[in-house]
Design a protein around this ligand. Structure first.
Ligand SMILES: *Cc1c(COP(=O)(O)O)cnc(C)c1O
Length: 409
């Protein structure tokens, strides 16, 4: 074997990022080079359990062999045609995801933010055509502390100062109400309201679970006032909460459901608007599109990613192992922990604010072999891949226990 060129070390790679990259993230200084299932390795050979799973984009585990095989096989045949022509992966992808989610129609896009933008456009079009809202007067109701992505229109209705400050002027037509409060939502719905947009559980806000019945109440309001219900399941969807879609916990069906992230198992950006005929049926040729949306490589990867989720029972596993992890973290009764909450494998450990923030904890957890993300200052989010075993869940509880006991004194 010829000698491989020496690989740059972590410090060199970090310096390159800092020197040449836009500094729009503040990552932990761990430089990853390989992943398999729930595990990732850094360039120095240390192994970590990945408790972020790329914000739930890697639900199926890192480098899942069946998804990888589909990617490679499709990449050899055909990657991109543009939508000026048809391709032999798009129809089957539509049919499979529609039947799995009981949707009538599908709009394929790439990033999550694009799926959100697309749904907002479709909702406005529906409002002008179906509801006869006067042109340019459509309103969409959203929730405080939302996270729906980073485009200008989406940050226009963010309530997070860092996301908005100095990025104006903003897109008009949005009204913000408190999350989890159906009465506030009803009060905000007027004759020009075309849609409400919300997350079934607010992920980036710190895994905020709304009161029981909230989604059902929102569904009732939308029916009563002829308003589209748009659920952003880009993070909660595809098994994360122990159901294929989080809306199933309350037995509701949204008019448009947005999925992304794990739709490709982390291989490739793929997102989609899943809809009933009424909403997506309003789009006509030329009104919306995307060069990469619906390309054969994306469709082949997404088909494999969905098959793996279902056939390998990752959704049931998320439910069972998630319950176990939640129970064990609560039972550990850790000092300085205000609350442990979660559904499926979407969990959060909220620390007492007097402890000075979660970043110190995520740094210490990294040295204990666990990669986590602090969110909203005082919360440690735990969202490992859905292939996590019971034994690995116990291992997480031990590591979190050591670190929190060590720092919480
Ligand atoms: C991540 C996320 C998005 C944005 O997805 P991108 O692929 O980063 O554009 C939108 N909504 C929710 C709920 C998310 O978690």
């Amino acid at each position: 074997m010829p000698n491989a060129a020496p690989r740059p070390d972590a410090a060199t790679l970090i310096a390159l990022e800092e020197r040449f990259g836009a500094r729009n993230y503040a990552p932990l200084d761990v430089v990853l080079t390989r992943g398999e299932g729930v595990w990732v390795w850094d360039v120095e050979g240390h192994r970590y359990l990945d408790c972020l799973a790329a914000y739930s984009a890697v639900n199926q585990g890192h480098c899942h062999p069946r998804i990888m095989a589909a990617l490679v096989e499709q990449a050899r045949r055909l990657c991109l045609t543009g939508r000026a022509f048809r391709n032999d992966q798009l129809g089957p992808f539509y049919e499979e995801i529609a039947s799995l989610t009981h949707s009538h129609r599908v709009l394929p896009m790439n990033s999550g933010a694009e799926a959100v933008e697309s749904a907002l456009k479709v909702a406005r079009k529906w409002g002008y055509t179906h509801k006869r809202v006067p042109e340019d007067r459509a309103e969409i109701v959203v929730c405080a502390d939302n996270f729906h992505g980073r485009t200008l229109s989406i940050v226009s209705f963010s309530t997070d100062d860092d996301s908005r400050r100095q990025f104006g002027p903003f897109t008009p037509g949005f009204r913000v109400v408190p999350y989890g409060d159906a009465a506030a939502m009803e009060a905000a719905i007027g004759p020009h309201t075309v849609a409400v947009l919300l997350e079934p559980i607010q992920g980036e806000a710190g895994v905020i679970i709304p009161p029981d019945g909230y989604l059902r109440d929102v569904r009732r309001l939308c029916d009563a006032h002829d308003v589209l219900m748009i659920l952003d399941e880009i993070q909660t969807g595809l098994g994360r909460t122990g159901r294929l879609l989080a809306e199933e916990h309350e037995g509701v069906v949204a008019d448009m459901t947005l999925v992304g992230k794990a739709l490709s198992g982390g291989f490739y950006p793929v997102s989609a608007v899943l809809s009933n005929n009424a909403a997506l049926g309003t789009l006509r040729p030329g009104e919306h599109g995307s060069t990469f949306g619906g390309n054969p490589l994306a469709c082949a990867v997404a088909r494999a990613a969905l098959r793996v989720l279902v056939e390998e029972d990752m959704i049931g596993n998320a439910d069972r192992v998630g319950r176990h992890l939640l129970g064990a973290l609560r039972a550990a009764n850790l000092p300085g922990v205000r609350e442990v909450r979660g559904r499926g494998l979407m969990l959060a450990v909220e620390l007492d604010p007097r402890l000075g923030g979660a970043r110190r904890y995520t740094e210490a957890l990294r040295h204990a072999g666990l990669l986590c993300k602090d969110t909203h200052v005082h919360t440690i989010r735990l969202s490992p891949p859905l292939v996590l075993t019971m034994a690995e869940a116990d291992w997480i509880v031990e590591r979190v226990g050591e670190v929190v006991r060590g720092l919480g004194k």
